[in-house]
Write a protein that binds this ligand. Structure first.
Ligand code: XMP
Length: 394
């Protein structure tokens, strides 16, 4: 329906139907003996209509839902917000109390706002500065939620604690684990100081659930990165879980956030991983590497905004490792760090392409980084896509 006779699609060769009783096999690939089949009036085709690389995947899904299955389009952002607020009110009851870990990212911010709309100051948000935040992030979060939305907040300065815990640790997964454990411990301490709390609100979104399900079933995702390092929280704290945006994709979360009057700097910011800048510092996380990563990332973001590229890309940041290269400072040669710029476009972070930025934009980023960030001599651009690379370097 409205499609050309041939289209390019992506399919996973990890999942294979080997045999199918009583069906006509009408398509196969080199690796998949049954890629398409027909049982009278029912057709089955194996491919991924949802991935960005499948041509017109959206249209295929649209046709399937509305023209074949006869679904009705009765979901709106306004109705979602209205219904969720009512649902949270019912669930929490008239005197229940909720605690929420606020990171300043779009998911936890949207969750906190929804719960706040439902139960006001019976919600307390805990915001932990782990020393791995972006430049200006702490001020922005406190300003937005405490001053602007007048929400009840507990702020914890745990920079030293995290950095001490990470001292000497080079392995990416070990860093993730330490950060996750530290967060759980701090959260537990702060939540227990609050007294009677019954619920924990979490900004889980739909892709998180897919990734954790895969990880639990021992799939590939579990061997790539353990993203969901705070999953143990509700059990440890003995709290009931509220996950108001668990059925939404990121773009839908943004729509909901807009409806809730989220300020543009939070609404439009790029996703930021739970382990923060530690995911962008290769090897040991030190104060110096963090400083370089934070300042260079700010320059990258500023230059993208100035050139109109910020809103067109999925994520953009600096990466710092232990490699050094020679530079010239005055008349002398000196060793300095190498900063790698990473800018990717993506729909849901499952796949991603590096962005073909104009050289002038790269040039101004590069010049500013070597001029303004002390200790950097070289700047490189990451030209790898996902797969085979991941978005974050560790
Ligand atoms: P990768 O690097 O796996 O990233 O291609 C995919 C998306 O997930 C984010 N990311 C994380 N988010 N905890 C998080 O909450 C993590 O440990 C983590 N690692 C990566 C990454 O920023 C990208 O958007």
């Amino acid at each position: 329906m409205g499609q050309s006779p041939t289209i390019n699609v992506w399919m996973s060769h990890g999942d294979v139907i080997e045999r199918l009783a009583s069906a006509d096999i009408i398509g196969y690939t080199r690796n998949t003996p049954v890629a398409a089949f027909r049982i009278p009036n029912i057709y089955g085709v194996q491919f991924h209509p949802e991935v960005h690389h499948t041509e017109k995947g959206d249209k295929i899904l649209w046709n399937f839902l509305y023209k074949i299955c006869g679904c009705e389009r009765n979901w709106t952002v306004e109705s979602f917000v209205r219904d969720k607020i009512e649902e949270i009110k019912r669930e929490v009851g008239s005197d229940g109390r909720v605690v929420c870990g606020l990171s300043g990212g779009i998911d936890s911010s949207t969750t906190a706002l929804l719960v706040n709309k439902a139960i006001g100051d019976r919600l307390t948000c805990i915001f932990v500065d782990n020393g791995l935040l972006r430049k200006g992030e702490k001020e922005e979060v406190l300003n937005t939620f405490e001053d602007n939305f007048k929400m009840r907040m507990v702020f914890v300065d745990a920079k030293e604690r995290f950095l001490n815990g990470l001292r000497g640790v080079k392995d990416a997964e070990a860093k993730r684990k330490i950060i996750g454990e530290q967060f759980i411990n701090i959260f537990e301490e702060e939540a227990s100081k609050l007294g009677n709390v019954d619920f924990l609100a979490q900004g889980t979104i739909y892709p998180d659930r897919i990734e954790s399900a895969r990880a639990r079933s021992g799939g590939v995702a579990s061997r790539i990165k353990s993203h969901h390092n705070v999953g143990a929280l509700p059990e440890k704290l003995g709290l009931k879980l509220i996950e108001p945006i668990k059925d939404l994709y990121k773009d839908e979360v943004r729509e909901v956030a807009k409806e809730l009057d989220m300020p543009p700097q939070i609404l439009n910011q790029h996703p930021f991983p739970g382990p923060g800048l530690a995911a962008r510092v290769i090897g040991e996380v030190t104060g110096d590497k963090l400083r370089i990563c934070r300042e260079a990332s700010r320059i990258i973001e500023e230059e993208l905004k100035r050139s109109g590229w910020y809103d067109k890309v999925w994520q953009a940041f600096a990466i710092v490792g232990d490699d050094v290269a020679t530079g010239v400072l005055g008349d002398a040669r000196s060793l300095g760090r190498i900063v790698t710029i990473r800018v990717v476009e993506s729909r849901e972070a499952m796949t991603a392409d590096f962005v073909k930025l104009p050289y002038v934009v790269l040039e101004s980023m590069s010049k500013r980084i070597t001029n303004e960030v002390k200790g950097v001599t070289w700047v490189t651009y990451a030209t790898s896509s996902k797969p085979p690379s991941t978005i974050e370097p560790c």
